[in-house]
Design a protein. Sequence first.
Length: 367
Amino acid sequence: MVYKVLGDYSKLIEEQKTDSSYFIGIDIGGTNTRVVYATENGDYYTIKEFLCSSITVLLEELTKIQDECLGKFIDPEFCCIDLAGPHLSKNKYKLTNYIETDNFLFTEKLPSKLCPPNKFAVLNDLESGAYGIIPFMKTPGGLDSIFSTIVEHTGILRQPENCVYPVLAAGTGLGVGLITKFGDQYKVIPSEFGHISICSDTHDCEQELFKNLQNIIKEKEISRTNYSLEYEDIVSGRGVQALYNIMKHKDEPERNNAEIANQAALNPKNADCSCVKTMKIHYQYLIRCAREISVGTFGASVFLIGDNIVRNNAMVCSIKPALANEFLDHPKLEWLSTIPVFGQKVIINLNLIGCIFYASSQFSKKN
């Protein structure tokens, strides 16, 4: 297994010397934050996991960890943090899943032993998730342990020395990044491909769907002036809600996203079910976005990551033929036929693994 979990804090102080080299990984979610101590080979101990949705509490808890848990240890070789939100300036980040009144992080306020100046980095959550794939790429059989094939390649599989792997994660929004490979060196390039305009076909049913979605956007996003659809308008949490409201019958109840997905999973082959229709469209456009990015970057393989793709596995498996048709429906069929699409199949914290990988790789560069 890539990067084994060695235990909790009690195991850490029992098994590790205070002068051993180590890395810190901090995975900041919307409700939970996880802080880990990683050894030089990437195996890690969980120092602490705590509930948090504000910067004030985050800084208080990180300072406690620094003072109470790592006081006797030497400074980490590198610290890597991942979070959801934009990088606004050199030292300022907005955490979009924190409470609005307390969601700006200024990095100079981070505790300096836990996050040593000039020896820490902040990644967005898609970026860290993509970095989390790389250790599995570098391990024989690693990818097979966490991914299954959603779209088979029908042409000759390309395994070039230098290439690009698109990575997509559908959650609150649509995160897209690119893993670049140059020989044995890997790097992740975050992107905003989730906001590119949807490549539309000319089917009447799609035009009607787009019109209905645009009407919802006009009603809910009053500050928006351009109503051309972007992929995130469909492939996102708000997109699932909008699709369900369009698809559901008048007497059907309101449902949250989890309820929609669960209802679809109960009978994914029921083509008349509003929830099934909703999730089918959701994944159709996720695959279409993957297709367009694959053509533009001449990708070698595509990876769909995140807990949602794992939990909705029954739905995804039931529409694999339709997803394959969607992916290959393009003038550059010869290119696309060489590109497999993989979906995450097990719940695993790729964000945390990505933080550890990034921290260790930055340390390796300097030595």
